[in-house]
Design a protein around this ligand. Structure first.
Ligand code: COA
Length: 337
């Protein structure tokens, strides 16, 4: 890839934010027929954070972004582009522009990217194109979701899984030989879109106005999921994507320092690592504290791993996102900080 790029791209800094409200499995067992033991055994999740009534997706995204900007010691005015990966915007037209205004990144253009739990990987890959082709210098990629607003809290098979959060990464242009975003591999299978969705429902109450205009209107439903099928999809397709991406870069699985997967389920994380013969000691996981935070899960786990000083200069990190769409994909990074 390096020969065709005009400039390199690397992650300069990360930041993250989670709501204060912490809901344990014990608390959930008072709402639906479940138990701490069932949830921990089947998923590895112990607790999750949920946004308060007066908090918004943009509040969380702005906090994560400001933390990343502070760490990078760059002004919001230096950001050229903001990509907000989210499936739970505060506004159906998108929340990225609200984020731009909140953090005063007045010179940045901003747009939302909707790809559920693969959103952050697609955001990084998209940002990388803009940097490597010479268009932009500094890009803020944010993964943020508040799926608690779309969860059916009476459905024990889904409500135990999700939590809210935000994570941000600042990508910056660098000389070609210092390029840190080495390669990617992306996929979509729209035939399976109904396996995990927040579907639009037509509303059948017709007014004379709707009759005259011959249109329908409706609303979005809550999360529905075929857990078994999504599980099977993840443990087969994600290792295949990673293997393909590693092969394309001539990197062996032994050379990988860290495996950072979308934090969906501990069993999925372990199964993917097993299939790739990557030891579980190389898995980055914070699932037990936050559950599945959708587009936020990867940058949140990355930020925590950096704060814990796990990731070192020149470490190879394999990052894979997967989820609704169905979408899945891998990006391989050489850590340059
Ligand atoms: N507490 C207690 N029992 C529960 C339960 C809960 N929260 N949720 C489901 N059950 C019950 C089911 O009703 C079923 O009971 P039955 O055997 O009497 O019918 C039993 O547990 C087994 O259900 P099943 O759906 O087969 O469980 P599972 O082993 O497949 O685990 C998931 C369910 C959701 C944890 C698992 O399928 C999964 O993780 N899938 C992937 C989901 C995911 O990661 N989605 C996001 C991707 S981005």
């Amino acid at each position: 890839m390096e020969s065709s790029i005009m400039q390199g791209a690397s992650i300069l800094a990360t930041g993250s934010a989670v709501p204060d409200l912490c809901v344990s499995n014990q608390t959930l067992s008072q709402i639906v027929d479940t138990s701490d033991d069932w949830i921990v055994t089947r998923t590895g999740i112990k607790e999750r954070r949920l946004v308060a009534k007066d908090q918004s997706l943009v509040d969380l995204a702005a906090l994560a972004s400001t933390r990343a900007l502070n760490k990078a010691s760059i002004s919001p005015l230096e950001i050229d582009l903001i990509i907000l990966a989210t499936s739970s915007p505060s506004d159906l037209f998108g929340s990225a522009s609200k984020l731009q205004a909140t953090i005063s990144a007045n010179n940045a253009i901003a747009f939302d990217l909707t790809a559920a739990c693969s959103g952050f990987v697609l955001g990084i890959v998209t940002a990388t194109q803009f940097i490597q082709n010479g268009s932009y210098k500094n890009i803020l990629v944010v993964g943020a979701d508040v799926l608690s607003r779309w969860t059916d809290w009476s459905d024990r098979s889904t409500c135990i899984l999700f939590g809210d959060g935000a994570g941000a990464a600042i990508l910056q242009a660098c000389p070609r030989h210092e390029n840190g975003i080495l390669g990617f591999q992306l996929n979509t299978d729209g035939n399976k879109s109904d396996q995990l969705s927040i579907a639009y429902q037509e509303h059948f109450a017709k007014t004379s106005l709707h009759e005259i205009l011959n249109i329908k209107q409706g609303f979005f439903q809550q999360i529905t999921m075929n857990g078994k099928e999504v599980y099977k999809f993840a443990v087969s397709k994600v290792p295949a994507s990673i293997s393909k991406c590693l092969q394309s870069l001539n990197i062996s699985s032994e050379q990988v320092n860290w495996l950072l997967l979308h934090q969906a389920n501990e069993r999925i994380l372990n199964a993917v690592a097993d299939r790739l013969s990557i030891p579980s000691s190389k898995l980055i996981s914070n699932l037990e504290k936050y559950g599945n935070t959708s587009a936020a899960s990867i940058p949140l786990a990355l930020d925590e791993a950096i704060k814990e000083d796990k990731i070192k200069f020149n470490d190879l990190i394999v990052i894979s996102g997967f989820g609704a769409g169905l979408t899945w994909g891998t990006v391989i990074i050489k850590w340059k900080c």
